[in-house]
Write a protein that binds this ligand. Structure first.
Ligand code: SAM
Ligand code: SF4
Length: 340
């Protein structure tokens, strides 16, 4: 690298060689989960990270602080695995919201335990929450997640709303032959409760590598289902780097979104960087390489050294995920271990 390279380490933000700037940090707090969604984890037999390899609360807070204070991170989303399984979550959220400049702090969760935790998270300053919910049918939920926990999820959603963590967003992934026909019931439920629904196209990030392009439910399929009974008008608000395309539904004033990560990829506008629960920086969900901050951190690296490693890890971000390339290889870690 030339010293005049705009992305040279030593100062500035997280810039890659294609000119994108990462300002949105996804932090996986754990690879563990209390569900086993079929598109994410196998029903059994996935080894957890050894505890000693998982970052402590203090280590996570330090790296998030470096991101915000030195690298221009403006948004921090905590995810996993299931982030509510991390006992120190309210303290981690409070530490993130105390940083200056204050980042937007959000959480992606399956909502199990949220009915108990929502007030503490709101008190810690959490700005927003996304709850994953793929079906409203209890038997189907149990079959799809391998756990009978639908009532806990619905109670968690209500608790988030009651705690003022609004707008509550609901993430749904549709699978062909499993829950495609949940699209409309999910939309009706979210309209009724004032939740903002977003469908996410299934990506090849399952632990058992069973995803196929021909079997996935596409954004076009989803739109076809929704417009059969609802009028959707494109939301003209500037999308920026947001991955969801949004539509206003009927005259409700509420929107539904679709994140078409596969069929309408938005890699050119990507502003994300990721920290795994074991302290690896990933510059893309689909990256095949990671950059180890944990070892450097535990060996006494300074904040400036860690920031430089993070900048260097960002430089090599590929222009796109390449799912449609014949040479595409799925990352070895599943979504639950990367942090969705
Ligand atoms: N456990 C939390 C949850 O389910 O919300 C947080 C982690 S989960 C990995 C984050 C998001 O990734 C969820 O909305 C989930 O539906 C989504 N996800 C997991 N595997 C996926 C896949 N193969 N394709 C698309 N989305 C996926
Ligand atoms: Fe767990 Fe979330 Fe993966 Fe489902 S999507 S298995 S809730 S990490």
């Amino acid at each position: 690298m030339r010293p005049s390279d705009p992305a040279a380490p030593g100062s500035g933000g997280l810039v890659d060689r294609h000119g994108r700037v990462a300002t949105d940090l996804r932090v996986s707090l754990t690879d563990r989960c209390n569900l086993r969604c079929t598109y994410c984890m196998p029903p059994e037999g996935l080894d957890w990270l050894p505890k000693v390899e998982v970052l402590t609360d203090e280590e996570i807070i330090r790296l998030v602080r470096i991101g915000v204070e030195q690298l221009g991170i403006r948004e921090v989303r905590f995810t996993g695995g299931e982030p509510l399984l991390r006992p120190g979550l309210p303290g981690i959220v409070a530490a993130a919201t105390a940083l200056r400049p204050r980042p937007e702090v959000s959480l992606t969760t399956n909502a199990i335990g949220l009915s108990r935790m929502a007030p503490a998270l709101a008190a810690a300053g959490l700005d927003r929450i996304n709850v994953s919910l793929d079906t409203l049918d209890r038997a189907r939920f149990k079959q799809h997640t391998h756990r009978d926990r639908l009532p806990d999820v619905l109670a968690g959603l209500q608790a988030a709303k009651d705690a003022g963590l609004t707008p509550v967003k609901v993430n749904a992934v549709l699978l062909r032959g499993i829950n495609e026909d949940d699209a409309l019931p999910l939309l009706e439920y979210c309209l009724e409760h004032g939740y903002e629904l977003r469908f996410i196209e299934q990506m090849p990030l399952d632990a058992h590598h069973a995803w196929t392009r021909s079997e996935m439910v596409t954004a076009e399929d989803i739109l076809g289902r929704l417009t059969a009974t609802h009028t959707l008008v494109p939301d003209v608000e500037d999308r920026g780097a947001a991955p969801a395309e949004r539509w206003l539904v009927d005259d409700t004033g509420l929107t539904v979104g679709i994140i078409a990560s596969v069929t309408r990829s938005f890699c050119g506008a990507c502003d994300r960087t990721r920290l795994t629960a074991d302290g690896q920086i990933r510059n893309c969900l689909f990256a095949r390489e990671e950059s180890d901050l944990r070892t450097a951190l535990r060996n006494g690296a300074s904040d400036a050294e860690l920031a430089d490693r993070w900048r260097i890890a960002t430089l090599s971000k590929l222009p796109g995920h390449g799912i449609d390339d014949p040479s595409f290889l799925q990352p070895s870690r599943p979504m639950s271990a990367i942090g969705g």
